[in-house]
Write a protein that binds this ligand. Structure first.
Ligand SMILES: NC(=O)c1ccc[n+]([C@@H]2O[C@H](COP(=O)([O-])OP(=O)(O)OC[C@H]3O[C@@H](n4cnc5c(N)ncnc54)[C@H](OP(=O)(O)O)[C@@H]3O)[C@@H](O)[C@H]2O)c1
Length: 174
């Protein structure tokens, strides 16, 4: 594997990335008050974005395409492969990885809860930047899930942003 894969994601204090129906109002209504999260700098270094199907569908509701200039790969067993000319749809992680290697992808942004879990279980992830939002939403889609074995992380830094947002960077130990 010649690429470097990173996650840059926001989570409620109780560990959710979205409400059960996928809503992220709890994030968008507060997000701007956090100040500079470093997202633009992070994105500037990314050449390839990997999205789960549900995150891809959420992005389509934004009304603008936030990945101009990036290669975008979507993992899905259900989407038609010609769903959108801006993305390539992959049925399996193995197929995705083959394409990433063939295309010479260097820095990958993996986004979506299931995608994060898929990448972790497959040993494909190098870095995590988690921004914790000071809100409890009670139930929702979890960022993390079951693992076959523990995954040890190195904590690199933690920053306090505005309005009580807390951002931490971790490297996955190999
Ligand atoms: N808080 C944040 O910063 C943040 C960031 C990103 C997303 N979100 C939110 O999170 C929600 C989506 O997260 P999610 O965890 O439900 O879904 P997701 O990871 O975006 O997408 C899950 C889907 O991806 C496909 N997939 C995942 N792993 C796969 C594999 N190994 N092989 C083949 N296909 C695979 C499957 O699609 P098929 O069902 O088509 O097979 C699966 O249903 C959205 O509401 C989004 O807005 C929040």
């Amino acid at each position: 594997m010649s690429f470097h894969a990173a996650v840059f994601i926001a989570v409620s204090l109780d560990g959710f990335i979205a409400r059960p129906d996928g809503a992220i109002d709890w994030l968008t209504e507060r997000g701007e008050r956090a100040g500079d999260t470093g997202y633009d700098e992070f994105m500037a270094a990314i050449d390839t974005v990997v999205l789960g199907r549900k995150t891809f569908e959420k992005v389509l509701t934004f009304g603008f395409w936030p990945y101009a200039g990036k290669q975008v790969e979507v993992l899905s067993t259900t989407l038609p492969t010609d769903v959108d000319e801006r993305v390539i749809v992959h049925r399996t992680v193995d197929g995705l990885v083959e394409t990433l290697n063939d295309r010479g992808a260097k820095r990958i942004y993996a986004d979506g809860g299931r995608i994060v879990q898929t990448f972790l279980r497959a040993g494909l992830l190098n870095e995590l930047t988690i921004t914790t939002v000071p809100v409890l939403i009670g139930q929702g889609i979890p960022l993390f899930g079951a693992l076959d074995a523990d995954i040890a992380l190195t904590h690199n830094a933690t920053r306090t942003l505005n309005e009580g947002f807390v951002q931490s960077d971790y490297t996955i130990r190999r």
